[in-house]
Design a protein around this ligand. Sequence first.
Ligand code: PNS
Length: 168
Amino acid sequence: MDERIAICPGSFDPITKGHLDIIKRASAMFDKVIVVAMNNADKKFFFTEEQRVSMMERSVKEAKLKNVQVDSYNGLLADYMRENNAVAIVKGLRAVSDFEYEFQMALLNKKLYPKAETVFLTTSQENLYLSSSMVKSIASANGDFSEFVPACIYNDIKNRFEKKGCSL
Ligand code: PNS
């Protein structure tokens, strides 16, 4: 039987413990998981593609997730899935407010690539309020965000904010 490959797509600007929780749970459900930093042309990122991918790679390594790979892509998620023979998109849902957008995306991806099944995992309770934006807000105000991100990337984020003239 073919390897069952799932994709965890996102901006990962930066990756958080909330993302990692979803990635971990996806890795227990599928043979292989590819975590992909999507580079939407219409989105302004705080970290470069190289920085986001490096933080993702180190976080996955730190979590000792053997069947998880990291990648980045410019283009449509549906095309990435087709190119990689993936069967599922795994996303975390935090609140009802996430649902409308995610539901729309799931239908669109299925239209563009009919094999694309979207699997929604309920966020763990402790990550209910956690997002990359929240991490950046705390870091920009010089607060302690250590419990929200993998330990190995804490300094990457701190250093990015300490750079002179850096703003969100
Ligand atoms: O972490 P995010 O910002 O919620 O992730 C959103 C993301 C990157 C998963 C989504 O914007 C995406 O899939 N972008 C790739 C481009 C695409 O396929 N768009 C759908 C058709 S418009």
